[in-house]
Design a protein. Structure first.
Length: 350
């Protein structure tokens, strides 16, 4: 049986189409190779990360050196599907760009010198620094410190001789005795509301203070106008503010499995580190909800500590994943702030 001869006109017509398919095929190949390389990079990074033990049995992980960057991913190449017998164009001198590994920090706790130390540094907890909207419910009122009142707080703290430090500074003191100022204080701001950039940030700068901001990365990813944007977070970080993690979303995290925690906590940590280039070492539990599994998770992934909303000032290495704080309420004027700080000096935690 013989194949019927194609008409001459059709043969002439097919040749240009085949020629047009070559550049098209090469573009498709380039796109496929690049996306494959990006997938490979992401996979290598997560595989590297997953290889780090998530469970540490001792309360304090033994210091050991760890890589600060994932191994450089190698883009894979795929065989070319160019049909034989066709003229092959000269290979292009440009190669697909190698994906830049994003910064990812896995820092062990600084090695402890073996000396037992304890601190009673006030860690203040603010939320909104803005006038509450009209019709605000009692929760919103309670969480909102007016900008003028916040400024009065800062003025008082400076006059009283307080100097702001970071949570990392507390860890460096507890592990290695690195000196702290005579009257250290940590100013924390939860939830990463937009007013952290508009009100808290410029006022802190004016008083030469450093704030610690526990942000929600999901809100920044979505560009929610009520919360900090990545650009604002980056600017604050570059100006010396400490950006730490409150979670991807504001959801309770006790009783969750490892994959869930990995997505919400390690995902959030990596996002902040990629945007700021600085390590995320501390976590603030959303709604102060935590359990033993969550503490083990944070410790296993080399967080240095975490803060709750429980009242007190008791910082030691042993309790560093449940450090208490002093809640600042919307009704707290300078007198109340001074009173709360004085209680820490005279009374033990409940
Ligand atoms: Zn919160």
């Amino acid at each position: 049986m013989t194949r019927p001869q194609r008409p001459r006109a059709q043969r002439r017509f097919n040749l240009p189409i085949l020629w047009m398919m070559i550049p098209g095929g090469l573009i498709a190949l380039a796109v496929f190779t690049m996306s494959h390389a990006i997938d490979a990079a992401a996979w290598e990074a997560s595989r590297w990360l997953l290889s780090i033990p998530a469970r540490v049995s001792s309360p304090i992980p033994a210091p050991e050196s760890s890589p600060t960057e994932p191994p450089a991913p190698s883009p894979t190449s795929t065989p070319s599907p160019v049909p034989t017998g066709m003229p092959i164009p000269e290979p292009s001198p440009t190669v697909p760009p190698t994906p830049t590994p994003y910064p990812f920090f896995q820092e062990p706790l600084p090695p402890a010198d073996g000396q037992a130390r304890a601190l009673r540094v006030p860690i203040l907890m603010y939320h909104y620094i803005s006038d509450p909207p009209s019709g605000a419910d009692r929760f919103r009122l309670d969480l909102s410190v007016r900008p003028s009142m916040f400024e009065a707080h800062l003025q008082y703290l400076r006059q009283a001789g307080y100097e702001t430090v970071s949570l990392s500074d507390l860890i460096f003191y507890l592990t290695q005795g690195q000196p702290l100022p005579p009257q250290p204080i940590v100013l924390t701001f939860d939830d990463g509301y937009r007013d952290a950039y508009e009100e808290a940030f410029p006022k802190l700068q004016r008083y030469g203070f450093r704030g610690t901001f526990f942000v929600l990365t999901g809100r920044a990813d979505e560009g929610d106008p009520r919360y900090l944007s990545w650009e604002q977070i980056r600017q604050m970080s570059e100006a010396g503010m400490d950006i730490q993690l409150h979670g991807r979303e504001h959801i309770p995290l006790s009783g969750r499995d490892e994959a869930f925690l990995f997505y919400h906590i390690i995902g959030g940590k990596q996002s902040i580190e990629a945007h700021t280039g600085r390590p995320v070492r501390f976590f603030a539990y959303p709604s102060s909800d935590y359990d033993a599994g969550l503490l083990r998770f944070l410790e296993g992934y080399r967080f240095w500590g975490a803060v709750t909303t429980a009242y007190g000032a008791d910082e030691r290495l042993e309790n560093r994943f449940v450090w208490p704080r002093i809640r600042i309420r919307g009704t707290d004027d300078v007198g109340k702030l001074a009173w709360k700080l004085s209680l820490l000096k005279t009374e033990p935690d409940p």
